[in-house]
Design a protein around this ligand. Structure first.
Ligand code: CTP
Length: 489
């Protein structure tokens, strides 16, 4: 890929950049598409993300899976002719929207006829009217997404940039092609997209566009949670997610779907004592976690770890500000919040919930006096997520005081060493009781019932307390010792 300055130079000089600098298989594909369209007397253009990412020098980084084309005329007829020419029968037609998708090798090629389009608010069904290329470009979401290249042979590679998208790319600005209120009124999800692109590209949202989002944020209510969360997750996966969240907060978008997070904001002062602002603290933790992990769910755990601090906040003269129980309450809220946001309720939610529930536990293990038993219990409860839990705890250190940060990190190093040592000795990470329920029934000569669980629990406690080793023979001996107690159920 060429250096970005050179790419911009070529864009400005309207040279046929496309001939030079895109992957060869794409170039051959584009030429074919241009020729087919030409034979049908139709103009065709590649538009949207592909062109934008080319000028950003991002084509190499991204795994390109879909490319958008717009044609003046029928997108469906063009897609059909192209699929014949490419020898693929994999075509999906969406008549109502005048679009068609051709699957070719690993690519989804999306064709649309240029249109003037507006949405009827109550029905969400687009009214589609044929239009010119410019009509189509001005109904797109952002200037940087309205760039297109012509693909017909005599104009192959010529850039169309009616709204100064190239300039906005250079100035790192997110802006709508037309009056932002009209653009967002057509599809309110675009407000989330504006923030998402600003977060991904580290761009600024231009003032007028920003103000329009602030004003119209509540229109997000007509958008499905799934679409909102798809954008939110992309924001969470950016390099420095705090920036996207700051924009979500300041544009009023966040409160539309995640009011619990907005409520973390603010500092109370009593007797001259304040506590930290838990919104900005959460964002620091999220950025810290993002430095060491690209995992979406670990990042979600960072977002959720203090979510229940506001209702558990108390002040006392002796203890100052406390948030007792915010870990347990946060864990209780996790499935509710996930359900409301249409996030998965499977193991991914359980993982986040577990980390929220346990996020204070390693801190409690910092003292030398802590017994192996407490360490064993944590390893057992965290299981294979113990390393991620430690990543979250380390990220949770956000003091401005260098000395304190060093001290806390050092403490966690020691906890981690002890975790390692105990795990090597006792293997409790994926612990299962060495004595089965069947064996207990046989020894006690009882039928299935709650007594089995009670006995199992007592054996577990004995092992975790270190009274007996984590082995079958020792556990069976122990069972023999305690069996009298349980004989009558
Ligand atoms: N678009 C729009 N309004 C939307 C969604 C999409 O105007 N709500 C237009 C934009 O021109 C966009 C194009 O449709 O560039 C394709 O959309 P999409 O595939 O969702 O995004 P890309 O821009 O291709 O970017 P990415 O794949 O990185 O999300």
């Amino acid at each position: 890929m060429l250096p970005i300055e050179l790419l911009f130079y070529e864009a400005n000089s309207k040279q046929k950049t496309i001939l030079l600098n895109i992957p060869n298989d794409h170039k051959v594909l584009f030429e074919t598409i241009g020729q087919v369209a030409d034979s049908m007397n139709q103009q065709v253009y590649v538009v949207g993300g592909y062109v934008r990412d080319f000028y950003l020098g991002r084509l190499d980084e991204k795994d390109i899976t879909d490319i958008d084309f717009v044609t003046v005329g029928s997108g469906i007829e063009l897609a059909a002719a192209i699929s014949r020419k490419l020898g693929t029968s994999k075509i999906s037609v969406f008549k109502k929207f005048g679009t068609a998708q051709v699957k070719y090798r690993s690519l989804d090629l999306e064709f649309v006829g240029a249109r003037k389009e507006s949405y009827r608010r109550e029905s969400r069904k687009p009214i589609v009217e044929d239009g010119s290329l410019k009509d189509d470009q001005l109904r797109r979401d952002l200037t940087i997404n309205a760039l297109s290249w012509s693909l017909n042979p005599d104009t192959f590679g010529v850039l169309n940039d009616p709204f100064n998208g190239i300039q906005d790319l250079k100035k790192k600005i997110i802006r709508t092609p037309i009056d932002p209120e009209t653009t967002f009124d057509d599809d309110p999800l675009r407000m989330m997209r504006a923030v998402r692109f600003a977060a991904q590209l580290k761009f600024k949202i231009e003032d007028e566009t920003f103000k329009a989002i602030q004003k119209m944020a509540d229109r997000l209510s007509i958008i499905s949670k799934e679409r909102i969360i798809e954008e939110l997750n992309k924001i969470i996966l950016t390099e420095t997610p705090s920036y996207g969240f700051e924009l979500l907060l300041k544009t009023n978008l966040l409160e539309q779907f995640f009011p619990e997070m907005v409520k973390l904001q603010g500092v109370d002062i009593r007797n001259g004592q304040g506590h930290k602002d838990n919104f900005w603290h959460t964002l620091e933790v999220l950025d810290n976690v993002s430095e060491v992990s690209d995992d979406l769910w670990l990042r979600w755990a960072a977002i959720m770890h203090d979510i229940a601090k506001p209702p558990t906040k108390r002040f006392s003269k002796s203890a100052g500000w406390t948030f007792h129980g915010h870990d347990a309450l946060g864990a209780k809220w996790t499935p509710k919040i996930f359900r409301r946001l249409s996030l998965p309720l499977d193991d991914r939610m359980k993982y986040v919930q577990k980390l929220v529930r346990l996020h204070l536990r390693p801190i409690a293990l910092v003292s030398d006096e802590v017994s192996d038993s407490a360490i064993r219990r944590l390893i057992f409860e965290a299981g294979d997520d113990i390393e991620d839990l430690m990543k979250l705890c380390r990220a949770d250190i956000t003091s401005k005081n260098e000395w304190k940060v060093k001290k806390y990190r050092n403490n966690f190093d020691q906890v981690e060493e002890r975790i390692k040592a105990v795990e090597e000795k006792d293997h409790v990470r994926n612990w299962t009781n060495p004595i089965s329920g069947d064996k207990i029934m046989e020894v006690l000569n009882v039928k299935p019932g709650p007594v089995i669980g009670n006995v199992k629990n007592e054996i577990k406690e004995a092992i975790f307390d270190g009274d007996i080793p984590n082995e079958y023979d020792a556990a069976l001996d122990y069972l023999m010792q305690i069996k009298e107690k349980y004989k009558n159920g």
